[in-house]
Design a protein around this ligand. Structure first.
Ligand code: CP3
Length: 344
């Protein structure tokens, strides 16, 4: 059975684009909130294959989506490297202790594939339960985004301090990014072996960096990871999602290593169509906040992406993840509208 997401990433243009949504599993779904309460902590949920597979499958059961995305988190890599990870209600993730140059050797010795074995079991279970026409998406955080959490001990509060590292402690930053590049490549290859059909790299904090820094901490590491993945598993599609990179997006395509390119809600869709759409399969764009509002506002906003990309292969998605305030019925209405073809 052909999977529409995969044939589209390979360059075919279906009449209706494949659909999946970043953060399609999560707190906006009542069934997720029940599962999360049962698991205890978010980390317990991520590392329990039976429950994590259930969380992965929940949105594909409820909505007519073309793919399931592994239920896990980008911060499992720092956890596997030896940082303590917790999610504090209302504050977000916390990683401790902060990374130092001295700890990198200990990190290097960790076998992330072994430590994250429950994640691969989640993929195997999900694959067994998923309808054959639906693709299974694996993912990881990009080295820079993961490094920002590792260095700050949580969400970045002081972007200037992180940027200064590039000037003041370049060897340390390069070593950390290099280490994450290697570990992330191994992790994604193992996800493909466990049943993922495609992998996506999230570089949420790529925006706002001057070019030489962006090139060295984001473009090159993504290129290296995708090259390692494709060398080990030829034909495996890779999607890049570097958020906030604006006019630098073509630099990622120039690596020749991404099959799909996720655009964020701030990127000018006409720029994306003209500069990216001819060279790569563009994914996403719609502001997730339009889905909170729903109704005509959401439908018009979605239709504008669908119309603009109607003549090239395109993957329908958002420009960032669904937020917890999203009414699930709006997601249902969005998916039905796209499927109806009424936007053509
Ligand atoms: O449905 C999916 O998209 C798959 C699962 C997934 C999660 N996180 C689950 C999650 C994916 C792909 C991620 C990626 C992720 N995690 C990113 C990159 C994408 C993005 O959103 O920018 C980042 C930066 C993280 C780190 C992270 N995880 C933060 C900052 C937080 C706290 C903020 C928040 O939204 O709660 C998380 C927690 C998290 N990851 C939740 C979920 C469902 C909420 C946890 C809960 O249930 O309390």
């Amino acid at each position: 059975m052909e999977k529409k997401l995969l044939t589209t990433l390979a360059g075919e243009k279906p009449a209706i684009p494949p659909i999946w949504l970043m953060r399609q599993a999560g707190r906006y779904l009542p069934e997720y909130r029940r599962l999360r309460a049962k698991a205890g902590s978010f980390l317990d949920l991520c590392l329990n294959p039976a429950l994590a597979a259930e969380a992965t499958l929940q949105p594909v059961r409820r909505f007519d989506l073309d793919a399931a995305i592994l239920f896990a988190d980008i911060l499992l890599i720092p956890f596997a490297l030896g940082q303590d990870l917790s999610f504090v209600e209302g504050e977000g993730p916390r990683l401790s202790p902060p990374v130092t140059l001295e700890r990198l050797d200990a990190f290097r010795r960790q076998n992330v594939v072994e430590r994250l074995s429950p994640v691969f079991e989640t993929l195997r279970r999900t694959k067994a339960a998923l309808q054959p026409a639906k693709a299974l998406i694996g993912f990881a955080g990009a080295p820079w985004t993961v490094a920002t959490y590792m260095l700050a001990g949580g969400p970045i509060k002081d972007p200037a301090a992180l940027r200064r590292l590039w000037y003041d402690q370049r060897d340390f930053l390069d070593a950390l990014i290099g280490l994450l590049t290697e570990k992330t490549s191994e992790y994604l290859i193992a996800q493909l072996d466990a049943g993922a059909d495609v992998v996506q790299l999230f570089d949420t904090w790529a925006g706002g960096l001057p070019w030489p820094i962006l090139d060295s901490v984001s473009v090159r590491p993504l290129e290296k990871i995708a090259a390692a993945v494709k060398k080990a598993r030829p034909g495996a599609p890779v999607i890049f999602f570097p958020k906030g990179v604006g006019e630098k997006a073509p630099e990622y395509l120039a690596t020749g290593k991404c099959d799909g390119f996720g655009i964020d809600y701030a990127m000018d869709p006409s720029f994306a169509r003209a500069q990216l759409g001819e060279h790569v399969v563009v994914q996403g764009g719609l502001d997730p906040l339009a889905v909170v509002t729903g109704g005509d506002v959401m439908i018009k906003a979605a239709a504008s992406y669908l119309k603009l990309f109607h003549d090239v292969p395109y993957v329908f998605n958002l420009g960032h993840g669904l937020v917890p305030e999203t009414p699930p019925e709006n997601v249902d209405a969005l998916v039905r509208f796209i499927r109806s073809g009424a936007w053509r």
